[in-house]
Design a protein around this ligand. Structure first.
Ligand code: UDP
Ligand code: UDP
Length: 483
């Protein structure tokens, strides 16, 4: 029912490793894979191919892939057509998150499609997304191709994931999940364990545990984290304290944002609506704006959106707020006015800019007008805030985000109000509380200084000779050893 097509370029010279990158789905995975592709191709002279499963789940992914290939033609394309598997996955897991359903489709397709694709490409190594680890590793092994895993979240979350199967084995997988003590790293309280993991039959849990068990069979693990920000986690992963059998862990973050000009940009610019937020930001005084975003793929509950709106209005600061009305952008047809009310939009006009469009988040974070990032703590957002030194007011919503929020708070990149609710807890955080916390974070000189310190540490890590730069070079040496 499906097929694969290899790219048409010639292989590089024997000394140039050819690395095939295999992301799963969603911008939270595609973005760091893109950064890795560019770092390996432009920064470390590797021959790189990026596997793209078509059709993509979201429009944001399609636009991003087109822009990547326009800007970096040296990164080769390998396509997998996948459509027929999605229905099967959703029938078994009714109501599943569309991105997790796509992981499932990819996982089922991998033995056949990935095998065909790898057999026809001369690869030095495969780098598989964490969500595909347990299915990709055996396929690569069969063909005698080393398989590394790219973990797109924090090193702390990686340690939790690597340890979680041991926890289940010790406690019995049928018992309720309590606090999880990750050896050498931290205690992840029950309340910070990703919601889905409390249900052993959840689609996410099944994948998470299978992939966690597979980590020891990988040839190496890349993580978009850096030693100075998560020293305990990186050390414990490497020393064997978390899990004795783990392969080398390459901490290569924060992978640097790549400037891409998205194909829609010209059209939108002509229509005069694309640069709205850019022009608006340019008109604001330095360090005066609160940037608010909960990532690429989750909508807040309507009631929470209304409280947040009132809170931002009451906080007394300018704000740029990216609002989402649905999990997948293609389904998000509603108007801003329906979500927030025209009256609100009129009242805040000028002082606040609210948009449902995609913004180039890294451009926003780098803008001198931006002083604070109210963030869900998706790991890419955290790494981007770290790279630009923008303090974070952490408001995690689901999955790994509370674990990441703890990293943010401990590293001094920002503050986390731990009692603020996340998905599955009914409490709505009120407008007054939001306004107070935003105002306090805007006025917090210490947190701004510490965030600037995190930026400096990130810059040192990725500079020539820095820990992350050396780690990536070492990874490339591993791959080169195979030619
Ligand atoms: N992003 C963006 N513009 C948007 C929304 C998201 O550029 O309007 C980017 C963001 O910079 C990050 C990625 O999309 O690189 C989202 O990944 P993250 O891990 O932060 O959160 P997720 O969306 O996976 O929950
Ligand atoms: N994840 C994982 N194993 C999986 C699927 C996801 O470890 O099989 C991790 C993923 O890297 C991230 C977290 O679980 O740390 C949330 O995954 P998701 O894909 O939902 O990321 P999001 O899109 O929310 O950023």
């Amino acid at each position: 029912p499906s097929n694969s097509t290899a790219g048409d370029c010639q292989l590089g010279p024997a000394a140039t490793p050819h690395i095939i990158l295999f992301p799963s789905a969603g911008m939270g995975h595609l973005v760091p894979f893109t950064r890795l592709a560019v770092a390996l191709s432009a920064g470390h002279a590797c021959d790189v191919s990026l596997v793209t499963a078509l059709p993509t789940v979201s429009s944001a992914e399609s636009r991003h892939i087109a822009a990547l290939h326009a800007a970096f033609p040296a990164v080769r394309r390998l396509y997998l057509s996948l459509a027929p598997f999605d229905a099967e996955a959703s029938a078994e897991f009714p109501g599943a998150d569309p991105f997790y359903a796509r992981y499932e489709s990819l996982r089922r397709a991998a033995p056949l499609l990935l095998g065909t694709l790898l057999a026809s490409a001369t690869a030095s190594a495969l780098v598989a997304d964490i969500a595909l680890a347990s299915v990709a590793i055996p396929v690569a092994r069969e063909l005698d191709i080393p398989c590394h895993v790219f973990f797109t979240a924090s090193a702390t979350m990686l340690s939790f994931k690597a340890y979680f199967p041991t926890y289940l084995d010790a406690h019995g997988s049928a018992t309720a999940i309590c606090d999880v003590d990750v050896p050498g790293v931290c205690r992840v309280p029950r309340s910070s364990v990703p919601q889905a993991l409390h249900d052993p039959d959840d689609i996410f849990t099944r994948q998470f545990v299978a992939n966690g068990r597979a980590l020891a069979a990988a040839d190496g693990i890349l993580v978009n984290a850096f030693e100075a920000m998560e020293p305990e986690a990186v050390a414990a992963l490497r020393s064997g304290a978390v899990f004795a059998g783990l392969p080398s862990v390459f901490a290569v973050g924060p992978l640097m944002p790549v400037k891409l000009r998205e194909t829609g940009d010209e059209v939108a610019e002509e229509q005069g609506n694309c640069n709205d937020y850019r022009a608006w930001l340019d008109a604001q005084p330095p360090r005066s704006v609160v940037y608010v975003s909960f990532g690429s793929r989750k909508a807040l509950a309507r009631e929470q959106i209304r409280e947040l709106a009132a809170g931002l209005e009451a906080c007394g600061h300018r704000f740029l707020w990216v609002v989402k009305g649905a999990v997948v952008d293609r389904d998000d047809a509603g108007e801003l006015g329906d979500l927030l009310g025209e009256v609100f939009l009129r009242r805040v006009k000028g002082r606040g800019l609210v948009t449902k469009s995609w913004v180039e988040q890294d451009e926003v974070l780098e803008h001198p007008a931006v002083a604070l990032f109210v963030s869900h703590c998706g790991w890419n957002s955290v790494t981007e805030a770290a790279a630009r030194g923008v303090p974070v007011l952490a408001w995690p919503r689901f999955a790994d985000q509370r674990v990441n929020a703890r990293v943010v708070a401990r590293a001094g990149l920002g503050v986390w109000v731990e009692q603020w609710s996340w998905e599955g807890e009914n409490a709505v955080v009120g407008a007054e509380e939001i306004a107070e916390r935003v105002a306090a974070a805007m006025g917090d000189v210490t947190v701004a200084e510490k965030a600037a310190g995190v930026r400096e540490a990130a810059e040192r890590a990725v500079a020539d000779g820095g820990t992350s730069h050396r780690s990536l070079a070492e990874f490339v040496r591993h791959c080169r050893g195979r030619n």
